[in-house]
Design a binder for this molecule. Structure first.
Ligand SMILES: Cc1cc2nc3c(=O)[nH]c(=O)nc-3n(C[C@H](O)[C@H](O)[C@H](O)COP(=O)(O)OP(=O)(O)OC[C@H]3O[C@@H](n4cnc5c(N)ncnc54)[C@H](O)[C@@H]3O)c2cc1C
Length: 421
């Protein structure tokens, strides 16, 4: 009988196994995929944004932000940086507080985690997709096609449903439900936005720094600033990915929401408008187009003029007040025509999942079934871009691994049955 079976050998599963095995537990890790760590390898543009310098519950969405805070405090990003240093992975800081491995390779991270599990004697079995988990008496049975294992505790770290080809196909949610858990409705998060606008699709490949705001009832609900990318299907880049869950949720709940794009987030709108006025006096024959070329990629500047119905040959001095107002509005409050989100195929994470109110946030143990634990993306918490989702896996994984070890030890010491419900 195993002390702990970890179902799913992604970021959270590997962390769980390491933290449990370091305390002396006998750990079996099962993964349905033939090769583990696919998401670590594809993360951060294959560079793996491991964590962030500043992490708090404000960087996440969840029904239970207080639990998110408690969990992140129990295993902070400083601890994660230290942990990887111990494994020989030096992390370097990049703008936005993002930590990446000095090697710029996600493989360094995956290999270090796998090396540590091996050193600690964790047994990893691939091509072992769990389809059922039952508890009879004090024993857990984890089964799938052609296998059945027994264990004192089980940690479910099966991830979400994004990029299902990696092995994270959502089967863990069904198992959690069968074990008595409710699920906060799931939907794709950190996913690109779609558009039907042919003119905007034609800008595919252009990237810039921008600010996206979600507006409802003429009020700004949330805004993100940073990289923005036009693609042949719509919009991507960190700002588009970050705002996607908020737009999706608003549509789902029938709350009319619009996304506004500010092409010049570093500039002050009033000052910009005034500058156009003074330019009309100082350089009256300068083309508006040329003025915009200094601010934006040429093709984009042309499109903004076209959408503002301003001729490319218009000189600054010929500008009517209405044209000036329209141009400024389109530069600072461009109504982004979004028709949908790309969905799980391109989502970085899954929002929703096992509710944290059903989990003890000091141990990650289920409040429904003793000896059962959860960690990682399967839980109801999703972070924004910046290393926050991996941090969630490290924090929850470490808590779950240690607590599951303590539980299995207590079970052995006090005699089975005594400490159980
Ligand atoms: C393209 C992309 C880029 C990303 N970049 C970053 C980044 O730079 N920084 C960041 O913080 N986050 C990033 N993320 C998010 C991050 O990868 C996830 O938050 C993280 O991998 C979640 O870890 P996890 O262990 O919970 O789940 P996963 O990594 O999804 O691992 C789950 C594992 O469980 C296995 N499994 C599933 N069901 C079963 C079953 N029934 N039986 C057995 N095994 C099962 C799967 O095969 C998989 O190996 C990115 C995600 C994507 C898709």
């Amino acid at each position: 009988m195993w002390d702990i079976i970890v179902v799913g050998a992604g970021a959270a599963g590997l962390m769980t196994a390491i933290c449990a095995a370091r305390e002396g537990a006998r750990v079996l890790m099962l993964d349905g995929a033939a090769r583990v760590g696919a998401k670590i390898l594809m993360s951060g543009g294959t560079r793996c944004n491991v964590t962030n310098r500043r992490v708090s519950e404000k960087d996440y969405e969840s029904e239970a932000k207080r639990s998110v805070r408690n969990i992140l405090r129990a295993f902070s990003s400083e601890r994660a940086v230290e942990f990887f240093k111990e494994l020989g992975v030096e992390l370097v800081l990049e703008p936005g507080g993002k930590y990446f491995p000095r090697t710029h390779s996600a493989r360094t991270v995956l290999e270090a985690l796998l090396r540590e599990t091996k050193r600690l004697g964790v047994v990893l079995e691939t091509d072992r997709k769990a389809t059922g988990i039952q508890k009879r008496g004090e024993v857990f049975f984890v089964s799938g096609a052609h296998f059945k294992y027994e264990s004192k505790t089980v940690v479910i770290t099966t991830g979400g449903m994004s990029h299902p080809s990696t092995g994270s196909d959502g089967s863990g949610y069904k198992i959690a439900e069968a074990l008595g858990h409710r699920l906060v409705p799931m939907f794709p998060a950190l996913t690109p936005l779609l558009t039907e606008d042919k003119d905007l699709k034609a800008l595919a490949g252009i990237s810039l720094d921008a600010r996206l705001s979600l507006c409802q009832d003429r009020k700004k609900k949330i805004a993100f600033e940073g990289g923005f990318l036009f693609t042949h299907f719509g919009f991507s880049g960190p700002t588009a990915l970050n705002i996607s869950r908020h737009w999706f949720l608003a549509q789902k709940e029938n709350r009319a929401a619009a996304i506004e794009l500010n092409f010049l987030p570093q500039e002050d709108e009033a000052a910009f408008s005034k500058h156009l006025d003074t330019l009309a006096a100082q350089a009256p024959i300068r083309l508006v187009k040329n003025f915009l070329f200094a601010k934006l990629p040429a093709r984009l500047a042309e499109l903004v003029l076209e959408k503002s119905q301003i001729s490319e040959r218009r000189a600054v001095a010929q500008f009517s007040r209405l044209e000036r107002t329209t141009l400024v509005r389109n530069l600072f409050h461009f109504p982004l025509p979004v028709s949908g989100v790309y969905g799980y195929q391109k989502a970085e994470v899954t929002a929703g999942g096992v509710p944290l109110e059903e989990i003890d946030d000091t141990t990650m143990e289920s409040r429904r079934l003793r000896g059962l634990y959860f960690a990682g993306e399967i839980l109801d918490a999703d972070g924004r871009i910046g290393g926050f989702n991996f941090q969630w896996s490290w924090s929850t994984g470490c808590l779950a691994g240690r607590a599951a070890r303590a539980f299995s030890l207590a079970l052995a010491k006090s005699g089975e049955g005594k400490i159980l419900n």
